[in-house]
Design a protein around this ligand. Structure first.
Ligand SMILES: [Zn+2]
Length: 136
């Protein structure tokens, strides 16, 4: 079965993110000089401009910053998912992440705690998505 939704295009800067995701780890590029965790990855730290950076696992937890329920498919691959939710999550480490809110969204509200899950879409790619945290 082929996957017919848009997929990320990997490049040397983003490949470590996707390699972690494939192992069900949400990782953030983190500056060794000032410890800033950022997303998207950057050739230099956006805070202190250091090039000394590493990849560190994030907690996988965050807060729902914004979300919208889509009732129209803009790609045929989404036809069976309608309605689906796109979301902006504020990760516990600070960065904002564009993602999907999945699972039961009945109680979704801005400010609610969310946790990452991984949607394995191919042998190479697992997409980080979020659901409402069970303990919220
Ligand atoms: Zn830095």
């Amino acid at each position: 079965m082929s996957y017919n939704k848009p997929l990320p295009k990997l490049d040397p800067l983003t490949t470590p993110f996707w390699e972690h995701a494939r192992r069900n780890i949400l990782a953030l590029q983190t500056c060794r000089a000032c410890n800033d965790a950022h997303l998207p990855p950057s050739p230099v730290c956006p805070k202190c401009l250091s090039t000394d950076q590493d990849w560190k696992p994030a907690s996988g937890r965050g807060v729902l910053e914004a979300y919208a329920e889509f009732h129209r498919a803009y790609w045929p691959g989404f036809n069976d998912d309608i309605p689906y939710s796109s979301a902006i999550v504020r990760l516990e480490e600070g960065p904002l992440m564009a993602t999907n809110l999945v699972g039961d969204t009945t109680n979704a509200r801005v400010g609610k705690a969310v946790e990452v899950i991984f949607d394995i879409v191919s042998p190479e790619l697992a997409l980080p998505k979020f659901r409402l945290a069970s303990d919220d």
